[in-house]
Design a protein around this ligand. Sequence first.
Ligand SMILES: Nc1ncnc2c1ncn2[C@@H]1O[C@H](COP(=O)(O)OP(=O)(O)OP(=O)(O)O)[C@@H](O)[C@H]1O
Length: 309
Amino acid sequence: MTAPLLSLEGVSKTFHVRPVLGAVRRVEALRNVTLSVDPGRALALVGESGSGKSTCGRAVIRHFEPSAGTIRFRGEDIFEGWTRQGDRAYLRAVQMVFQDPFASLNPTHTIRHHLERPLRLHGGPGDLEARLRGILSDVELDPATTLEKFPHQLSGGQRQRVSFARALAVGAELIVADEPTSMLDVSIRKSVLDLMRRLKEERNIAFLYITHDIATAHYIAEETAVMFAGQVMERGPSDAVISSPRHAYSKLLISAVPDPARRFDAGADDALAFTRQAEAVRASAARPVAGYREVAPGHFVAYAEAENA
Ligand SMILES: Nc1ncnc2c1ncn2[C@@H]1O[C@H](COP(=O)(O)OP(=O)(O)OP(=O)(O)O)[C@@H](O)[C@H]1O
C-alpha cells in the first residue's frame, strides 16, 4: 500500500463571523474531517453548497490554519516546524485551480508571462523556450497560437488549461481543483476533465477535486467523499459511494441528480412528502458524527451517537 500524499486527520475549522450589529456567530465549516489522497489518484469532495468542500481545499493550500486536527503532506505536518526551503517546496507541490480562471490570471500579462516565471523559478532540464512549449503541449494548447495572447483572447476552456499549465510549470504533485469546469460550456467540460485524467495517469499528479457534480466525480476520481454541514458522511471507492450510497444523506444527495428520462413535472404530488423527508435526513446528518462503520473494504459510513447503540 502506498503512503498517502496528503492526509487530513480530525481537521476542524470554526470561523467567527462578526456582524456590524449583533453577536459574534460561530460557523463550524469543518468538523473532524479525516481524508487522504494517494499519489496519482483523485479524491472527489461532493456536497451541497456550504458543506465545507472549499474550506477543506483552502486549508490544504494553507489559506488558514485549522482550529483543530492535522494536515500532513508526505507524512509531514504542513503547519509545523518546516524550514523555509520545505515551505517553498510545499507551496510548489500543492497548487490550486479555481472555478474562474479569469480570477487567477492577470489580464495585463500574456500567457508566456504567466508560464515563464514559474518555469524559471522552478528550474529543470532543457532550455526555457522548449519547456514552455512542452508544457503547453501537455495541456493540449498550441504554443504557436497561445503564447503571445492575453487571457481575454482565449476561451474559458483554454484559460482553464493555462491554469493547469501553470500548476505543471511549478512542478505540482497535488492539484486542489475547486469546481474547475463549472463555469465552462457543457460542450468543453469533458475535454477539461479528460485533461485532468491524463495528468493523473501520465504525470502521476494527485487531485483533490471539489465539485457539486456527482457525475464528474465518478468520471475523474477513484474515491469520493460526501460532505454535509462540515462533516464527512461517507467515503470510499467512487463506484460504491455513487452507485450504492449507504448513508441516508448520500442517498438524498445522489437522488437529487436530475434524471433526464424523468419528466420535469412528474411526481409533483410527491414533492411535499419528499421535501419533508429531505429535511429530516438533513437534520439527522447535521448531528455530530460519532464514528465510521467500514461497510466494505475502504468504504466508510458515518454514524451519529444514538445510531450506534
Ligand atoms: N471566511 C469565512 N468566514 C466565515 N464563514 C465562512 C468563511 N468561509 C466559509 N465560511 C462558511 O463555511 C461554510 C462552508 O463553506 P464552504 O465554502 O467551504 O462550502 P462549499 O461546500 O465549498 O460551498 P460552495 O459549493 O457553495 O462553494 C459555509 O457556511 C460558509 O458560509
